[in-house]
Write a protein that binds this ligand. Structure first.
Ligand SMILES: Nc1ncnc2c1ncn2[C@@H]1O[C@H](COP(=O)(O)OP(=O)(O)OP(=O)(O)O)[C@@H](O)[C@H]1O
Length: 773
């Protein structure tokens, strides 16, 4: 099918129509029904509106399509057009040019002005203006200032217009086109011609079907090897986002088949699909191990990590203290701290001191922090080394290295031990993009490394960290295995524990419970599957407020508003919810909380960005890593000031956010980097703790209601936990285990149940994990 064919040359009957509304779409069969406005047709049709139905992917409202098919009379709905083939009608170059000139790149040029420019100067308007600015004088109703601005902006974006005009024709927006151009530069149009699927991998959020549409316009058939290979890589990428390290071949082929299925075309055969997977393997775009298909970075991360663990386990280690000395030292610490360690806690300290590497796991209040502190003091006494960093020099580095995956967790480690602690990224000297200063050739310095909150560390970061650990360093991994697994791929802590090859101490005795904490009690009941409805009764630090869905937002808002009235700092009270888009989702709760605790007023500045309002005093959360200004995904701050364009030298509206230790200024167009944070996602709360947690629970959250998610939310509360909504939904949630097992082979590889190969040089040449983030 030639998609470039002009409409006048259509030989077959057709309906040219603008899509008004998608009425129905069934994903599995790609079956859709839509309502369209007829623009032109060779069919015998009087009505202006028509229902079209058939096997097509969701079409875009407002776009023009050519449909080929036949009429069918439906008993209930009347005349309908059954679509056998369709294509989107590309806009003219002129339209693309108008969209470009009226885009936000050119201040002061709206759609009307852009139309006048193109009408007057034609399709070559941009090169004509660039070679002679005076031609703009021919365009009516343009002020000298706008002409100047347009000329200079066009110079600045020279080269971009061809890409913009071409891609705009395909319905892509400025932001997406800028990202594509940022990735491919002058090669963009060649890539569009040869392999538009590359856009999927270079631009976050660029869907496969969108690339498919571009490919169809370029005559890449549904069974073209380029398409099948892209389908394989896309399938692996999608699964990476779900946390998988690899995909079993059969699963991979099945998912590829579903993705690549094209209505009206013959299904792709097993041979076609597996043949291209094997080609990808030969060209090292994927790695194939037995029946496991890996993306290169994950293959190297998994195998590399196992190699590093083996290296560290077999590294030099001398235990130069006797058991009597150990007992004496622990005894003296117990005396100083006026407490005595439990049996498991003692074993944890002892193992950490005697072994090359170990894992300590336990739920809240079991004494993980107490053990870390005890370990540091015991090490310091036994090895006769000071715990004060000031006593060390560059030649004799500080022996204790403390790290955690998030800034907040690192801060807590620092507060509880009094020793310096940093994020893992910082420890490794991450440059914010693809490079880590610390690696196998430039390793971290120190004698003992303690990493807290390890459940949050993904396969990539684990490998990067372990490469940088010298062979003579002792390693203590600490984490709560019942929390959510890492956002990135893998389940490294769970696999380390299950492998049974690393010394492990599980802390099960709860100490904080002895101080009468219901929160801890509830957390352990969830963990041990013993929580019942009876346990949800009000106590000093816990309450469950029953509320129907229709009132849940209001109840949550009232709780926070009351706390606000009592002058509780908004930083100390956090609403956590599992999903963004629901009646009681994060966005809605944020909107009603903002109106209540920080309402608009005449003397309070505010700014609107994409339907969201940011007001002075609003609590906000950073959504991406911006290491260049020192803020990271998940950091929470407060809007400190809002500036108008005329008030600053950059001449753009700005929002200043005050974070814990720094202020960051966002230009208006950067406001997508932050959002309101009165309510945040449970996933983003990992590694953080709050004095008061408010946790709405409703059946609306349905598929998100899982044991480890609710356990993670409950364990974020330090002083007070307020659940609200439907207790039955809560009980159902904590009884629902996440059955989505992540595909990882780490456990087996650690156990040496499989042969695997690993070549560090090859890994160095492979793509960095951060190419995929
Ligand atoms: N052996 C012990 N005897 C008495 N109290 C203890 C003992 N171990 C821990 N505690 C106390 O129990 C409380 C919880 O301990 P700790 O903070 O070390 O646990 P944790 O596992 O780090 O908890 P969380 O993960 O919730 O921070 C603390 O108040 C601590 O002082």
């Amino acid at each position: 099918m030639d998609n470039q064919q002009p409409i006048e040359q259509e030989k077959r009957p057709y309906v040219k129509a603008e899509l008004k509304r998608m009425i129905f779409h069934k994903e599995e069969e790609a079956f859709s029904i839509a309502s369209v406005r007829v623009l032109e047709t060779t069919e015998n049709l009087k009505a202006e509106e028509l229902i079209v139905k058939g096997h097509f992917t969701p079409l875009e409202e407002g776009e023009t399509y050519i449909f080929h098919g036949y009429f069918e009379h439906h008993k209930k709905f009347g005349e309908q057009y059954v679509v056998e083939e369709y294509r989107r009608l590309l806009p003219e170059t002129k339209d693309g040019l108008i969209a470009y000139l009226s885009s936000e790149l050119f201040d002061g040029v709206g759609k009307k002005t852009a139309e006048r420019i193109v009408e007057t100067l034609g399709e070559n308007a941009v090169p004509r203006i660039l070679s002679d600015k005076q031609v703009l004088d021919q365009v009516p109703k343009m002020s000298a200032k706008i002409k100047d601005k347009l000329y200079y902006s066009l110079t600045e974006h020279r080269g971009f217009e061809r890409v913009m005009v071409e891609l705009t024709k395909h319905g892509l927006g400025l932001k997406t086109i800028q990202k594509i151009y940022g990735a491919f530069g002058d090669k963009t149009l060649d890539i569009l011609e040869e392999d538009p699927y590359q856009f999927v991998f270079a631009v976050e959020g660029f869907g496969f079907h969108r690339a498919d549409e571009l490919a169809r316009h370029r005559n890449l058939t549904h069974d073209h090897p380029t398409r099948i290979r892209a389908g394989c890589l896309y399938t692996l990428h999608q699964n990476l986002q779900a946390g998988h390290i690899y995909l079993p071949l059969e699963t991979c082929l099945l998912e590829m088949e579903q993705l690549l299925h094209h209505p009206g075309e013959s299904p792709l055969t097993y041979e076609q699909l597996s043949g291209e997977v094997i080609h990808l393997g030969e060209e090292k775009y994927v790695y194939i191990e037995e029946d496991r298909i890996y993306l290169p970075t994950l293959y190297f991360a998994e195998n590399g990590f196992v190699t590093q663990v083996e290296r560290i386990l077999s590294g030099e280690m001398e235990v130069d203290f006797t058991q009597a000395e150990l007992l004496k030292v622990i005894g003296s610490i117990e005396e100083e701290e006026t407490m005595s360690y439990g049996k498991e806690q003692f074993e944890a300290i002892e193992t950490a001191l005697k072994e090359k590497m170990m894992v300590i796991t336990g739920g809240p209040g079991t004494g993980k922090t107490t053990v870390i502190k005890g370990l540091l003091h015991a090490y310091s006494k036994l090895e006769d080394c000071s715990l004060d960093p000031k006593d060390y020099t560059k030649d004799v580095p500080f022996p204790f290295v403390l790290a955690a995956p998030t800034g907040r967790a690192a801060k807590r480690m620092n507060e509880s031990t009094g020793l310096p602690a940093s994020t893992i990224h910082r420890l490794l000297g991450w440059d914010g993009h693809q490079t880590f200063e610390k690696d196998s050739t430039n390793q971290i310095e120190g004698k003992i490394l303690i990493i807290d909150e390890f459940s949050m560390v993904d396969m990539w970061l684990s490998n990067q960290l372990f490469r940088a650990i010298p062979s003579d360093m002792q390693v203590v991994v600490v984490g709560d295995e019942d929390q959510l697994p890492s956002v990135g791929p893998g389940q490294v802590l769970a696999d380390l524990i299950a492998s049974d090859v690393i010394p492990l101490i599980q802390l099960s005795e709860v100490y904080r419970q002895k101080e009468g904490s219901k929160i801890i009690h509830l957390a352990h009941a969830i963990k041990n599957d013993t929580c019942t409805l009876d346990m949800l009764k009000k106590e000093q630090d816990f309450n469950f407020i029953h509320a129907p869905d229709s009132r849940l937002n209001e109840v949550v808002t009232n709780i926070v508003a009351k706390a606000h009235e009592k002058s509780i700092d908004m930083k100390d009270i956090q609403v956590l919810a599992p999903m963004y888009r629901a009646e009681t989702g994060i966005h809605e709760i944020n909107r009603s909380l903002q109106n209540r605790v920080n309402p608009g007023s005449r003397n309070k500045r505010e700014i609107e960005w994409k339907g969201n309002i940011f007001r002075k005093g609003d609590k906000v959360i950073q959504l991406v890593n911006q290491p260049e200004v020192g803020v990271f995904n998940g950091d929470i701050g407060e809007v400190a000031a809002i500036f108008r364009a005329e008030e600053n030298i950059d001449h753009v509206e700005q929002v200043v956010v005050e974070f814990d230790t720094k202020e960051v200024t966002y230009a208006k167009k950067e406001l997508s980097n932050i959002m309101l944070a009165y309510c945040t996602s449970i996933h983003k709360s990992q590694g953080s703790e709050f004095s008061i947690v408010v946790l709405p629970v409703t059946y609306q959250y349905n598929r998100m209601l899982k044991k480890n998610l609710l356990y993670t939310a409950v364990t974020r509360a330090k002083q007070s936990l307020i659940l609200c909504g439907d207790p039955q939904a809560f009980i159902k949630g904590i009884r629902t285990k996440d059955t989505n097992q992540r595909y990882t082979y780490l456990q087996e590889k650690l156990k040496k149940e499989t042969d695997f190969t690993y070549d560090e040089d090859e890994e160095d040449e492979a793509l960095s994990p951060y190419d995929f983030m």
